[in-house]
Design a protein around this ligand. Sequence first.
Ligand code: ADP
Ligand code: NI
Length: 214
Amino acid sequence: MNEMIIKDAIEFVKNTFHDDYSGHDYFHTLRVYKMATRIAEQENANLIIVQLAALLHDVDDIKLSPKTYVNKNRAIDFLRKQGVSEAMIKTICNIITEVSFRGTDSTEPETIEGKCVQDADRLDAMGAIGIARAFAYGGSHHRIMYDPEIKPIVNMNATQYQSHVSTTINHFYEKLFRIKELMNTDTAKKIAEQREDYMKIHISEFLDEWDGIR
Ligand code: ADP
Ligand code: NI
């Protein structure tokens, strides 16, 4: 039965994200689902809760679906149709609420299942794929790659972070180089270390080329 729900959830997110170019596409969700499963197995978390929350974590995202963001209608409708209990729906919705990065207002999930999903989502913003997603996001939001005159602002709260317009290079200092410290599980911390090292090399090369050093 669990296998059927997962299969349907994968199909549901595939249809939901078919025309996204902001880094929130179907393959992002699929990677988060796989990574959350890997972390959950290491951390002995409840697999079905982790997998459903991972698959549904972006369907009511404020940027993609502002009308359903507060009540999570898309996730709840899907889960009800699948006959998932109201108690489990509530647990999954709590995890989805906790998952997002909101600057200094980011929350540490209450449950181990929430920690696994949050770590998996954040890991996908790091490393080679994280770099690609950041520039894809920047382009789709008409942001410039870099301007040495515009300085990064660290430690923004949720409101400042959401309304802040900056460059993609600044996003590395404002978020991407900060999330390693925020990883909840030991499994994710190890993966984050390697991905952060890789991003640091990339940004250092970028700035050297910019300055004509290379
Ligand atoms: P979350 O998955 O925590 O909800 P976001 O929706 O903020 O994260 O980000 C989705 C992707 O877009 C991530 O890879 C993130 O790094 C990237 N992104 C978000 N904001 C920016 C930005 N201002 N500039 C460049 N990339 C961004
Ligand atoms: Ni996500």
